[in-house]
Write a protein that binds this ligand. Structure first.
Ligand code: PLP
Length: 468
């Protein structure tokens, strides 16, 4: 930090302030975690200076021996951790991993067969006229994915995302009465649409999915089963989701982030069966440029951490805590979608219970030292900006060491805050963001959060006083 401070005091100050912020606010954001200092340091060093386009031992740059070793180790560890046939560890993010996977499937299943039919191998040698045919065929493919309001991710075909330009997108939804995905209904839809890719995975769905059954269904129509396990990769690595619920043995291709439940550096990952390996490894040039060698190193460190028995215990505790939090919320008469959770996250309907938008509830809780995010609910009348719900997750509090007793206290504080928060009566759009909450309640909630966090110091090795 001294080094940063010499060049840019405002940035070193912001980093210290962020540490203070994260220490003094309770993190319930389902997609966030606290990576180890070993992971952070592996990702913050001179490796950032190295270019290494290509993949291990197949580079377009000289002097890549050490990056080769790092990338190879990260890939091998990822295969071991998830029992995968092949791993591609270069994607910079979950969004990148999904694009790499989409392009790999399109290349293997559509572009290559068409080029073979045309008697050509190399796309760069194809004439403009023939390339127009290839492009038309590639852009005509169907994707069937979970819709955004049911918990799907933007990169799964949302209209404002590049994925909706790549594919002719169809979506499936949760059932209006149960808010769960009904696989029999999905099977009917799948037979009607017959997509190239059936995409499973979510950002805001609290129940586990039977990937063995989804693979069976995909096979019935010759679709590729792709699973985006960005949110629950840590639960797969930690052997919470096993057998039919482990996507890796069943899906043709699996994408992930490395920074959510998996607790690694910010990044992405693609796992696949051997038949797709050649295509996945072409992430560069398909859409990536040079890899981030420092992040590859941090991924390798985090994968090694995730291979330990302690991580397995951690992953089970994440779910134990999420279930305890869901039950405690129900006991506090809060509305929990699907009445519970199988994973690390739960959804609260604050519109039905308190007449609040998600935006109002999120802001009120943040004022009381609880950081979480508002979330669209299925069939949400308040749209994706204001929303009707909150998403709560336990990966970060579990990393801090909290357990089921703390979850009860957290639910009680959330109840205290929400039950005293009221919408403002101001007119106009802004009214859906503003709220009323008394200073007394804010003070009481802040004091209780502070008492809770005083037992769980984030990064105790870092002395804030010395840093200031
Ligand atoms: N896929 C899913 C299911 C996600 O929830 C997310 C992020 O929230 C992503 C992909 C994108 O990850 P990133 O933010 O690293 O691009």
């Amino acid at each position: 930090l001294d080094q940063i401070n010499t060049v840019s005091p405002s940035i070193s100050t912001a980093i210290i302030k962020e540490l203070r912020d994260q220490r003094s606010n309770l993190k319930l954001i389902a997609s966030e975690n606290y990576s180890s200092l070993a992971t952070q340091l592996a990702g913050a060093n001179l490796l950032t200076d190295k270019y290494a386009e290509g993949y291990a031992h197949h580079r377009f740059y000289a002097g890549c021996d050490n990056v080769d070793a790092i990338e190879e180790e990260a890939g091998q560890l990822a295969c071991k951790l998830f029992g995968a046939e092949h791993a591609y560890v270069q994607p910079h993010s979950g969004a990148d991993a999904n694009l790499v996977a989409f392009l790999a499937v399109l290349s293997a299943k559509v572009q290559r067969p068409l080029l073979t039919e045309l008697g050509l191998e190399d796309p760069s040698k194809v004439s403009r006229e023939d390339w127009a045919k290839v492009r038309a065929a590639v852009h005509n493919q169907r994707l069937l994915s979970l819709d955004y309001y049911s918990g799907g991710h933007l990169t799964h075909g949302y209209r404002h995302n590049i994925s909706s330009h790549l594919f002719d997108v169809y979506t499936y939804s949760v059932e209006p009465d149960t808010y769960r995905i009904d696989l029999d209904n999905l099977r009917r839809q799948l037979h009607e649409i017959r997509p190239l890719i059936l995409l499973a995975g979510y950002s805001a769905y609290p129940r586990k999915l039977n990937f063995a059954k989804m693979r069976e269904m995909a096979d019935e129509v010759g679709a590729v089963l792709m699973v985006d396990m960005a949110h629950f990769a840590g639960l797969v690595a930690g052997k919470v989701f096993t057998g039919d619920y482990d996507p890796v043995p069943h899906a043709h291709i699996v994408t992930s982030t490395t920074h959510k439940t998996l607790r690694g550096p910010r990044g992405g990952l693609v796992l696949c069966k051997e038949e797709l390996a050649e295509w996945v490894d072409k992430g560069c040039p398909a859409m990536l440029g040079g890899p981030l060698p420092h992040i590859l190193a941090a991924k390798a460190v985090a994968f090694r951490e995730a291979l330990t028995p302690e991580f397995e215990t951690y992953a089970h505790k994440i779910v134990e805590n999420a279930q305890a939090l869901a039950q405690a919320c129900l006991d506090e008469s809060l509305q929990v979608l699907t009445n519970g959770t199988d994973n690390h996250l739960l959804l609260l309907d604050v519109a039905k219970t308190y007449g609040l938008t998600g935006r109002q509830a999120e802001s009120a809780l943040r004022a009381c030292s609880i950081t979480l995010n508002r979330n669209s609910l299925p069939f949400d009348a308040n749209g994706p900006w204001y929303t009707s719900g909150l998403r709560l997750g336990t990966p970060a509090t579990t990393t801090l060491g909290m357990g089921t007793e703390e979850m009860k206290e957290i639910a009680s504080i959330i109840k205290l805050v929400l039950s005293h928060t009221t919408p403002t009566s101001t007119a106009g759009k802004q009214s859906r963001a503003k709220y009323n909450l008394s200073a007394n309640v804010i003070a009481e909630a802040q004091q209780r959060i502070s008492a809770l966090l005083s037992h769980y110091i984030l990064y105790p090795e870092l002395d804030l006083e010395l840093l200031l």
